[in-house]
Ligand binder design. Structure first.
Ligand code: 7TS
Length: 412
């Protein structure tokens, strides 16, 4: 281990507890992550010293709140290397970010007969907004196939991305298969055809260095709560040229320049999109989470997860009747491992593992088209993060073995 991760756990009070008579091993990080003291403290300090509505008052607290909220935006901009803060919008999370893009961009560029291309590994948040926009605009929604081991089929991508493709919207990292998609190559592909590249970064930004300019993404969406920050705060990065052309999706206070009886004008970017009182404490919490992660280093975060996956995969491979979805090669994946045990329903797996104190998720993971594609009703899923240790990985494997024994042999 490259860093004292056992010590790092002390920052996460919630992890230090007994669940069902066993020490908690939290392996549901792809769903949401736990919050370190530093993030909770930053939010508490904000409420204790500076809480007021932003951009409105001239009083001292209002100025403090505005300064801190905008400083948080600058922290996010730097973290993802956006060119300017005007391109860095605060949202409620990835779902909101992708809905804003689908509606705003779809309205501006889609004509009947145009094509939107996504893939079979997308989360519902990166499927349904496009489905609905495609229906409205009489556009066609196309899906890129996957390879046998669950990677994006680049040959199929080359065929599906054509002159008709107006939008290519793909996940950077799959929340089920753990695969990392070659976004820069795909962005180059769609740009060569005159289309726009949208990226769902919900499972990437928390786990690896991300540079939106290097990727040449036109839009990039992610959620705070999957990277140590609170729920209810997320980000939509968009290139200025597109954000200027798009309409805001929420109208009301904060986002207007001037309101007349029959029409109104909008504030400049980024505020044009941020209707209503924003989530100030959430943005400040997100900035504190970024500070925390940067202090570790995003390359180290990625290395740590890969180390855990590299350690655990051979042990899982030894368990007979266990299927792991996604690539075998650890170099091609992050800390997400979806699996099934032959003859045991994934919900039963998750329930039995919970009895051992191990929190894993079971279900379709908001990726029903992927489940259909894999011919599985559901899967169980373990997902690691910075505070997970080799000891957690061992407990996970032991609990899995005990679960299998219990269901397949223990009932006699
Ligand atoms: N995109 C991906 C790839 C995701 O994994 C998720 C959430 C979202 C979008 C939506 O993010 P939200 O913050 O707006 O909800 N994924 C999961 C998951 O895998 N288990 O619970 C939530």
């Amino acid at each position: 281990m490259t860093l004292p991760y056992d010590k790092l756990r002390e920052d996460f009070v919630i992890l230090n507890q007994i669940v069902n008579d066993e020490p908690l091993v939290y392996l549901d990080n792809a769903a949401t992550t736990q919050k370190p003291q530093a993030v909770l403290k930053a939010m508490e300090t904000y409420y204790h010293t500076s809480n007021a509505n932003v951009h409105r008052g001239v009083h001292t607290l209002a100025e403090r709140a505005t300064t801190q909220y905008e400083a948080a935006r600058e922290t996010v901009r730097r973290f993802i290397n956006a060119k300017e803060t005007a391109e860095t919008l605060f949202t409620r999370g990835t779902t909101t970010s992708l809905n804003w893009v689908a509606k705003g961009l779809g309205e501006v560029i889609l004509e009947p007969g145009d094509e939107i291309v996504i893939s079979y590994m997308e989360h519902h948040s990166n499927i349904i907004p496009w489905q609905q926009m495609a229906k409205k605009k009489q556009a066609t929604l196309k899906y890129i196939e996957l390879t046998e081991d669950g990677q994006l089929d680049m040959a199929d991508a080359r065929e599906k991305i054509t002159d008709k493709t107006k939008i290519l919207s793909l996940t950077h990292v799959s929340n089920v298969l753990g695969v990392v998609n070659p976004i820069k190559e795909l962005a180059d592909m769609v740009h060569a055809k005159g289309g726009v590249m949208v990226v769902d970064g919900a499972q990437a930004v928390p786990h690896m260095p991300v540079d939106v300019q290097a990727l040449d993404a036109d839009f990039y969406a992610f959620s705070g709560h999957k990277m140590l920050a609170p729920t209810g705060i997320g980000v939509l990065y968009g290139k200025r040229e597109w954000l200027e052309k798009m309409d805001p999706q929420e109208f009301g206070g904060e986002m207007i320049d001037f309101v007349e009886l029959q029409d109104s004008t909008w504030k400049e970017l980024p505020w044009k999109f941020e209707g209503g009182t924003p989530n100030m404490a959430g943005a400040i919490g997100l900035a504190a989470a970024i500070d925390y992660l940067e202090n570790i280093g995003m390359s180290k975060v990625m290395e740590h997860e890969q180390e855990l996956v590299k350690y655990v995969m051979p042990k899982l491979a030894e368990i007979e009747g266990l299927t792991i979805f996604g690539p075998e090669d650890v170099a091609d994946r992050t800390g997400v491992i979806a699996f099934n045990i032959d003859g045991v329903h994934p919900h039963d797996v998750a329930t039995a593992m919970d009895m051992e104190g191990v929190a894993v998720r079971a279900g379709h993971h908001c990726a029903q088209p992927l489940m259909t594609y894999l011919n599985q009703p559901a899967t169980a899923r373990a997902s690691f993060y910075i505070y997970n240790t080799i000891a957690d990985a061992d407990t996970f494997v032991d609990a899995l073995k005990a679960t299998k024994e219990f269901f397949l042999n223990g009932l006699n």
